[in-house]
Design a protein around this ligand. Structure first.
Ligand SMILES: CC(C)(COP(=O)(O)OP(=O)(O)OC[C@H]1O[C@@H](n2cnc3c(N)ncnc32)[C@H](O)[C@@H]1OP(=O)(O)O)[C@@H](O)C(=O)NCCC(=O)NCCS
Length: 175
């Protein structure tokens, strides 16, 4: 059986939480992102939190989506931020991150999300349909290189009339 067939993506469950924390710590080499994931969940901001499970319930990957807001505000637009996302180091480069993003974006469509933003590797996310934020007249509240801040419109045209600064949940700090 290939890894892709054996791998399942499912929403996180309460018994997963300590393993998700450890996975983030190992993937990022520190606890900053693990703390952010825990704080967002505690604050009610974990709109979508999925795990990749291999074999007999081994959690090998995790992805989180939390609400973002535009300034100036556009109340009718629903946006989510993708991240943090992490795959256990020994399981990386086997398509698990790809499965997490693809499945996550499908859930976002089901949740009637208008757009998703990501602050991440400019070589990685365009393959999932993310475009540089400048294409949408959007900026990140963070002092990040513009090419690292990317956007995917899920409801076509939803961002056409809008511009502004995208703010993540306060648990991310800064911005
Ligand atoms: C980024 C991450 C989640 C990708 O998961 P993965 O399961 O290894 O990803 P996939 O197997 O689906 O895809 C592998 C591709 O990602 C690319 N990739 C991985 N890390 C990358 C990085 N730091 N910068 C650019 N590309 C990267 C690989 O080069 C590979 O590209 P290719 O398909 O063109 O060969 C994983 O590497 C990870 O946990 N990294 C540490 C934590 C992190 O940086 N999270 C993302 C924050 S935005």
């Amino acid at each position: 059986m290939t890894l892709n067939a054996a791998l399942r993506i499912r929403p996180e469950r309460p018994p997963d939480l300590s393993r998700i924390r450890e996975l983030n710590r190992l993937a990022f080499g520190g606890i900053e992102e693990a703390d952010i994931v825990d704080a967002i969940r505690s604050g009610g901001g974990a709109v979508l939190s999925l795990v990749a499970v291999a074999g007999d319930d081994l959690i090998v990957g995790h992805i989180l989506f939390s609400p973002v807001t535009l300034v100036p505000p556009v109340p009718e637009l629903r946006g989510l931020g993708l991240g943090p996302m992490a795959v256990l180091p020994s399981w990386q480069n086997r398509g698990i991150g790809t499965r997490l993003v693809e499945e996550g974006m499908r859930h976002c469509v089901d949740l009637a999300v208008d757009y998703v933003v990501v602050l991440g590797h400019p070589a990685y996310y365009p393959r999932f349909g993310f475009l540089p934020s400048v294409s949408f007249n959007l900026k990140s509240a963070y002092d990040a290189p513009p090419e690292a801040f990317m956007v995917r419109e899920l409801r076509e045209g939803s961002l056409r009339e809008h511009s502004g600064v995208v703010h993540y949940r306060p648990e991310f700090g800064g911005g």
